[in-house]
Design a protein around this ligand. Structure first.
Ligand code: F1P
Length: 357
């Protein structure tokens, strides 16, 4: 039986993310010397981020910010895919730079992916972890984000910190053009946490909602995936994630009036959001559009949430996932609480997932 007072770990880590992220930014200068060992980045044919679960999701988000900052394609692939199908992702003469992400630092598939890419492509690699040593041990260099070591089973503030650490590294490589925006992230998050909690609790506690759909494209797909994973892990509820417009290509067929759809729109798709939400509302499902500006919708089943307390200083979509990460964490936490589940102890889950190899 869940009792709020007895399950403080996950919630306190969620609430700690503004402070730990502030620390990530303070430490970024020292950490950039580790990234600088891999200069010049032009010597690599590919830059690829990899991880499992939440680490994979933050890799998806980061890959879009890094592509923009480095002005070249940066991709992200789940570690189990890279370990087992590397030639699908690289040409024969590739020389990749691999950024291997793992909160625990010990996840087997992440280590296997790095080892495979070293063996097949003489890949260079850096490990981003918060503790552990299996992944760092096989990489050429490592950065330990010890400001966000977690006791919770599910990843929360480590997601935000490692993502912000990657934003800073990418921005340092490209002349610091977005440093001021990144510097504002901890304040934005600190200002938003309570507002977000108030907004998500009514949804979390609404027992008439049977399923959650999270929609996002580009950098927001990693965020949508992460929100769905948080609900799945903490609240053991059905939560699915789709690319925003892909939702209309099939998944929409299953929609019911008891579903809650949450959309993180990107600028490029704003012209289509009105039609999409009307289509969903016509079926009877509820829609929440989370955006950095308030949007008015005529249908009472559609609402928008702007968690930014004043003018949004973040340009474009690419830095928003770190700002929004706490949304899914708080929604999942309070959904678990509403279902009498202890978010600190999700069933069948371990903090570190290992394979017998
Ligand atoms: C991340 C991960 C989490 C998941 C679970 C097991 O692994 O898969 O996403 O919530 O707790 O671990 P890592 O970041 O430690 O490699």
């Amino acid at each position: 039986m869940f009792e709020e007072d007895h399950a403080p770990v996950t919630l306190s880590e969620i609430y700690h993310q503004a402070a730990s992220c502030q620390r990530t930014i303070a430490l970024a200068q020292d950490r950039s010397s580790v990234f600088n060992r891999f200069q010049p980045l032009d010597s690599y044919t590919d830059i690829i981020l990899t991880g499992c679960g939440s680490s994979h999701h933050l890799a998806i988000c980061a890959s879009f910010a890094l592509s923009e900052m480095l002005q070249r394609p940066v991709s992200s692939v789940a570690s189990s895919e890279l370990a087992h199908f590397p030639d699908h992702y690289f040409s024969r003469n590739a020389r990749p730079f691999v950024i291997a992400i793992s909160r625990s630092g010990d996840t087997t598939e992440v280590r296997l992916a790095v080892e495979r890419l070293q063996a097949d492509y003489v890949a260079s690699s850096i490990a981003l972890t918060t503790e552990g040593n299996e992944v760092a041990h096989v990489c050429d260099a490592g950065i330990v984000f010890d400001e966000c070591v977690e006791r919770s089973v599910v990843m929360t503030h480590a997601f935000t910190c490692m993502l912000v650490g990657l934003y800073r590294a990418g921005d340092d490589f490209s002349g610091g053009r977005r440093a001021e925006e990144i510097r504002q992230l901890p304040r934005l998050i600190a200002d938003a946490l309570l507002k977000t909690e108030q907004a998500v609790r009514s949804i979390a506690e609404d027992q008439s909602i049977s399923r959650f759909f999270f929609l996002g494209s580009g950098p927001m797909k990693g965020l949508a995936d992460e929100c769905a994973l948080k609900i799945t892990e903490m609240a053991l509820d059905t939560a699915l994630s789709y690319r925003t417009l892909e939702f209309r290509h099939g998944p929409k067929a299953t929609l019911n009036a008891s579903d809650q759809v949450i959309i993180f729109p990107v600028e490029a798709e704003m012209p289509y959001i009105d039609d999409l939400v009307s289509e969903i509302a016509r079926i009877g499902a509820r829609v929440l559009v989370v955006a950095p500006q308030s949007i008015k919708f005529s249908d009472s089943r559609v609402s928008s949430l702007n968690i930014c307390s004043d003018d949004n200083p973040l340009r474009g979509d690419n830095l928003l996932p770190a700002f929004y990460a706490h949304f899914g964490q708080l929604l999942a936490y309070w959904r678990a609480a509403a279902r009498d589940l202890n978010p600190d102890a999700p069933r069948h889950l371990a903090r570190t997932v290992l394979l017998n190899v």
